[in-house]
Design a protein around this ligand. Structure first.
Ligand SMILES: Cc1cc2nc3c(=O)[nH]c(=O)nc-3n(C[C@H](O)[C@H](O)[C@H](O)COP(=O)(O)OP(=O)(O)OC[C@H]3O[C@@H](n4cnc5c(N)ncnc54)[C@H](O)[C@@H]3O)c2cc1C
Ligand code: FES
Length: 359
């Protein structure tokens, strides 16, 4: 065989591969593509950008607590057409049923052809805000109340229990925080933020952030919020900074006359971990329908504690016997929430009436 034949063949194959790659680049990846959202909104977008960034450039904000690094799993949306194959980085966050339904991580999907997606309608309400820090108040040894004034846009409408995302300036770290303020005050937001040792966002919030700083906030997000159309009795259970969304829920109920029966259990280790005790005790005095039950798991002698003692699960078990007609709002660490759900179910709560945010 002529020695040049294999060299010519390899050359031809190389040219074909380069032409195919160029065709893929020019015809698929880059260039203008059409993104169809929820079967109705069509936007022309520049291809080869991630779906998450493309949506944000078009003022549609998907939750994204890791800023697109495929470590939070918050940025899921359904891709009906045009998403390409699932990437290994998405695998840990997608269940088999997610995959069947076309659920993808929007930070990992690139728009390389026309694409159709479905996102929850309420996400279309989320916006990006510039906000000024107007107050930082220590509530305990490791929890601060942080107050913001919204500058642009000036108002955020949110449901009691929802969260927003704060972007830490300089390091561009994004973290979720439940909104702790009254939903009827739409131009100011309050957050209850616990210091996590070596945590990037909370170290900034507790040690570097100052009144007058301007931060970017996006929101509102989340499907943990008060079901307003229900008249069931309410059980709230929180620990640590989990008090934040429950506070917003209670403000909301108070503004409407607190006409549902509410029992609020708050678990802490010692007295120094309690906060807003006076605020909730006053609410109990004002509204006979509301009962605040703080409990300490390890009270110290100097605490002189005469309230409930024990794990919050045991206290809930002691107080709540028949929860057939109740609904529950839980917020705290994953371990605490799982243990509380088991106790609520033991006392006959219906699974579909239990709502929670774990963090
Ligand atoms: C929907 C939602 C609402 C939230 N609302 C609140 C809120 O109202 N108040 C609040 O304080 N936090 C809230 N969080 C938690 C918050 O988003 C951050 O995860 C937390 O503040 C830590 O951020 P960081 O950047 O300081 O720590 P990172 O830099 O993310 O973490 C540093 C280290 O600490 C560990 N770590 C992270 N979070 C915790 C934790 N909570 N406890 C123990 N170890 C941890 C990490 O595994 C890591 O090793 C919420 C989270 C979610 C998902
Ligand atoms: S933004 Fe965190 S996984 Fe996509």
């Amino acid at each position: 065989m002529n020695i040049f034949v294999p060299i010519i063949l390899i050359g031809v194959l190389l040219i074909v591969a380069i032409l195919l790659a160029l065709a893929d680049f020019f015809l698929k990846g880059s260039g203008e593509k059409t993104l169809t959202i929820n079967d109705k909104t069509k936007i022309n977008v520049i291809g080869d950008e991630t779906l998450l960034n493309t949506l944000s450039l078009n003022d549609i904000f998907i939750p994204s607590a890791c800023g697109g690094k495929a470590t939070c799993g918050y940025c899921k949306c359904k891709v009906v057409e045009g998403g390409g194959p699932i990437k290994p980085t998405e695998e840990p966050f997608l269940t088999e049923s997610d995959k069947k339904e076309g659920v993808r991580l929007s930070c990992q999907v690139k728009i390389r052809e026309d694409m159709e997606i479905l996102i929850p309608e309420e996400l279309l309400n989320a916006k990006e805000y510039k906000a000024e820090v107007i107050g930082i108040t220590p509530l305990t040894h490791d929890i601060n109340l942080v107050e913001f004034r919204l500058i642009e846009p000036e108002q955020m409408a949110f449901k009691p229990g929802q969260y927003a995302q704060l972007k830490v300036p300089g390091i561009e770290v994004i973290r979720a925080y439940s909104i702790a303020s009254n939903p009827s005050t739409t131009n100011r937001l309050e957050f209850i933020i616990r210091l996590v040792p070596k945590g990037q966002a909370t170290t900034f919030v507790h040690l570097a952030m100052e009144v007058g700083d301007i931060l970017t906030i996006t929101g509102p997000f989340g499907d943990f919020y008060l079901k307003e159309d229900s008249d069931k009795d309410i059980i709230c259970i929180a620990g640590g900074s989990g008090k934040a969304p429950i506070r917003a829920i209670l403000y909301y109920l108070k503004d409407r006359g607190m006409n549902r029966k509410v029992r609020y259990f708050f678990g802490a280790k010692t007295k120094k971990d309690l906060y807003y005790t006076e605020e909730f005790n006053n609410l109990s005095e004002e509204y006979p329908n509301f009962q605040y039950i703080p409990a300490l798991s390890e009270p110290l002698p100097e605490d002189h504690w005469d309230g409930e003692v024990g794990l919050i699960t045991d206290v809930v078990d002691r107080y709540c016997k028949d929860l057939r007609d109740a609904e529950a709002y839980l917020c705290g660490s994953p371990g605490m929430i799982d243990a509380c759900i088991a106790v609520l179910e033991k006392n006959n709560i219906q699974q579909e009436n239990v709502y929670y945010d774990k963090f």
